[in-house]
Design a protein around this ligand. Structure first.
Ligand code: SF4
Ligand code: ZN
Length: 315
């Protein structure tokens, strides 16, 4: 049985790569130290913020909401609102929506639900069906990711948010890093840091990742200890995604050789530095989408491009 490296009590958490183990109390202290260090090191928040927490209702985002709500109570200039984008995925999303609503009402947290149906006119299920009928080459997660980011920015702005905090953890970040390498998409790699930018646009709400240096198993344990991990639903589209395979591959590597995830994060940081030293990302400017007026990396945003291909937007 592993023992806590600090007090010798029974450990609930073992980190083989770092050679430490913690009991419940010392795990929570370690978790808090780690997240605070990220917040400080990358200056994620300002003294006055309306933090919109992007919540899916899953364990990671519920953990982030719980953590930031606790932190915001001690910072007078901060306000927290939870924002859930409901894609309309039957047999999945309704459960996670329920979890957020119950949590928010129990803890007195402001929340808002933005639906695909209201912003795009269709649910994700309808969009996926339509894409298949039209023979479009995209996986469900492609539509979901593009439209969710689009709605998240717009809804956060409508709520008066000054920053959006997302629950991406170290595992998510290194998975995306590998996916971008596979796609030879280095412009996206430059933007993988814990703060979005340097792009700016009057309609663009800054995005930050407080769990950037936290492992997925750590957010899961934090959620369990805080009574937030009440079920495990899986999106029916998840197994179709490239991320699913990349995630399994990295987890297998980590199992065989502990520390692979940290190495990948360091590799990402080196890549970002090298790319920036060559001027990548600097000239990045956001356009105003010619069709919808939202901020975009292209003259016509990805959401409008997809809507046109799906035949659900008229020009
Ligand atoms: Fe959306 Fe894909 Fe995540 Fe499902 S697994 S919620 S389709 S991004
Ligand atoms: Zn657009």
């Amino acid at each position: 049985m592993a023992r806590c490296s600090v007090c010798g009590r029974r450990a609930v958490y073992v980190n083989r790569a770092a050679g430490v183990a913690f009991c419940e109390r010392h795990f929570l202290e370690y978790f808090d130290r780690k997240v605070r260090r990220t917040i400080r090191r990358y200056r994620l928040f300002r003294p006055r913020e309306h933090i919109v927490v992007a919540v899916s209702g899953g364990k990671d985002s519920m953990a982030l909401l719980h953590y930031l709500r606790g932190l915001a109570r001690r910072v007078p200039g901060w306000r927290v609102t939870a924002l859930l984008v409901d894609e309309g995925i039957r047999g999945y999303r309704e459960y996670t929506v329920k979890r957020l609503v119950e949590y928010a009402e129990e803890h007195g947290v402001d929340y808002h639900i933005a639906r695909f149906k209201d912003y795009i006119g269709y649910t994700l299920d309808e969009i996926v069906r339509r894409g298949r009928e039209r023979g479009l080459p995209y996986l469900p997660c492609t539509y979901c990711g593009v439209f969710r980011r689009y709605i998240m920015n717009k809804a956060a702005r409508e709520l008066g948010g000054t920053v959006v905090a997302t629950a991406h953890n170290l595992d998510d970040v290194v998975q995306t890093y590998l996916m971008n390498i596979i796609g030879n998409d280095w412009e996206k790699v430059v933007r993988l840091g814990p703060v979005s930018g340097p792009a700016s646009h009057p309609k663009f709400v800054r995005k930050v990742k407080p769990f950037y240096e936290v492992l997925e198993k750590e957010t899961a344990l934090y959620a369990v200890i805080n009574g937030l991990y009440t079920g495990f639903e899986e999106c029916p589209y998840a197994r179709l995604s490239i991320r699913w395979s990349v995630r399994r591959m990295i987890n297998e590597l980590e199992e065989r050789s502990p520390g692979v995830k940290y190495s990948l994060l360091r590799s990402l940081e080196t890549a970002i530095k090298l790319l920036r030293s060559q001027g990548a990302g600097e000239a990045e400017r956001l356009y105003t989408c010619a069709l919808c007026g939202e901020p975009s990396a292209h003259p016509v945003c990805r959401a409008c491009q997809l809507r046109l291909q799906l035949g659900i937007m008229e020009v």
